[in-house]
Ligand binder design. Structure first.
Ligand SMILES: *Cc1c(COP(=O)(O)O)cnc(C)c1O
Length: 424
């Protein structure tokens, strides 16, 4: 018996099979990626994808919400408990939309926002010049100290005093150290700004108590659900009670139509998973693995921005190796090690061919890898770097990577069910 997908769309079926093979046969070091559990996968491919639920529980615009109201309420309650927040909105389609909604809830177009420069580790939606956020709002960017690679709070305070932003955004997409949300909170208070903390990357570390939570300091906390938090692809906003109504209105009807109920259902599952001792152990191991990977890379003579990592990611500054980030990322990909090239603070190279490589350990940790595998991966990276133009050696590393992958299977997939499973 063939599955429905195999029967109706053999082309897509085959491509999904190929992607499954690629994901399980390569080492995923992109710090924003992970593998969801079978339970999350099941919820996100469930019949909830068929339901429109514009509005919020108890205040919908279509009938037939007997079940959706219960699911959304569960997702909200679980998120509030997990993050110890007054209010949770679980509808944003992604982290980017969540950020837009947070701004729309608190300020007017034309007001000033101040976030971290993209080339220093911030996100596009923190007011970067090609993003709509810099066209709707006046945008000021703070940077890290290019010598230390770290946030410089004196400089950030001075910039805030000079420009008096209405919103300060704390949070990053490529920053390897702990972020002092409390200090950001003080600066925001000094200049009369709202504080938004974007924990898209570190949410899993925050709920596990490994990274300081911004919830006590920020007016609004924005996050994705699919990075270290290990849920389906989505976004979420947490806020103080006083902002709850404005935040909800900004998401719907401000920015979105019907919430993706299948995603929201899977978010509820992921929140339950994150509220377990197993998840805390995973998050602790993510950080231990990052440290092991970083230490070994340093031994091999790689330069790391800030000299190491406190969290799940690190940035290699490749200038001393004389290899552009893109060239190494492509060679590593041929050796089945998937990374992304990245700018480093103060990068003299152009952004489409920057000097850095960004690595993270959430996905390998989900597969069960520990410090010794992280060190082995550092050795693979070293060998590819030293033999960047020797294709036979890169191929040999790829074979060893495949062997390592076979010992650490990814969570079982749902989309291509077993013969005796659901057939639709
Ligand atoms: C990933 C990320 C986002 C955006 O998330 P998408 O779901 O890709 O829209 C926002 N902010 C930060 C800091 C991120 O790392």
């Amino acid at each position: 018996m063939k599955t429905a997908l195999e029967q109706y769309d053999p082309q897509i079926y085959e491509l999904i099979r190929q992607e499954e093979a690629r994901q399980s046969g390569s080492i995923r070091l992109i710090p924003s990626e992970n593998y969801v559990s079978r339970a999350v996968m099941m919820a996100s491919s469930s019949c909830l994808t068929n339901k429109y639920a514009e509005g919020y529980p108890g205040k919908r615009y279509y009938e037939g919400q007997q079940v959706t109201d219960l699911i959304e309420k569960l997702a909200q309650d679980r998120a509030k408990k997990l993050f110890k927040a007054d209010h949770a909105n679980v509808q944003p389609y992604s982290g980017s939309v969540a950020n837009l909604a947070a701004y729309a809830a608190l300020i007017q177009p034309g007001d000033t926002i101040m976030g971290m420069s993209l080339s220093h580790g911030g996100h596009l939606t923190h007011g970067w010049k090609v993003s709509l956020t810099s066209k709707y709002y006046k945008s000021v960017s703070y940077e890290v100290n290019t010598e230390t690679g770290r946030l410089d709070f004196d400089a950030i305070r001075d910039l805030a005093k000079k420009h008096r932003p209405k919103i300060i955004i704390s949070g990053a997409t490529a920053y390897p150290r702990t972020i002092d949300f409390d200090v950001f909170g003080e600066i925001a208070q000094e200049v009369g700004a709202f504080l938004i903390s974007d924990i898209a990357h570190i949410a899993g570390l925050v709920v596990a108590g490994i990274h300081k939570s911004p919830v006590p300091y920020a007016d609004v906390v924005s996050t994705t659900t699919h990075k270290t938090l290990r849920g389906p692809r989505g976004g979420m906003l947490l806020c103080k009670a006083e902002h709850a109504e404005k935040v909800d209105k900004a998401v719907f009807p401000g920015l979105q139509g019907g919430p993706h109920m299948h995603t929201l259902t899977a978010i509820a599952v992921a929140m339950a998973e994150a509220d377990t001792p197993e998840f805390v152990a995973y998050a602790q191991q993510v950080v231990k693995n990052a440290k092991a990977l970083a230490d070994k890379l340093l031994e091999y003579g790689f330069n790391l921005v800030t000299g190491g990592t406190d969290n799940h990611l690190m940035l290699i500054d490749l200038r001393n190796k004389d290899i552009p980030g893109k060239k190494l990322a492509k060679a590593l990909d041929r050796a089945r090690i998937v990374t992304n090239y990245n700018t480093v603070p103060g990068d003299p190279a152009p952004p489409f061919n920057p000097s850095g490589l960004r690595l993270g350990t959430p996905a390998i940790t989900t597969r069960g890898m520990r410090e010794s595998e992280a060190e082995q991966i550092a050795t693979f990276i070293h060998r590819v770097t030293e033999n960047i133009d020797k294709e036979s050696i890169i191929e040999q590393v790829g074979k060893e990577v495949l062997l390592l992958c076979s010992q650490f299977p990814v969570p079982e997939h749902f989309i291509i069910p077993q013969r005796n499973g659901y057939r639709g």
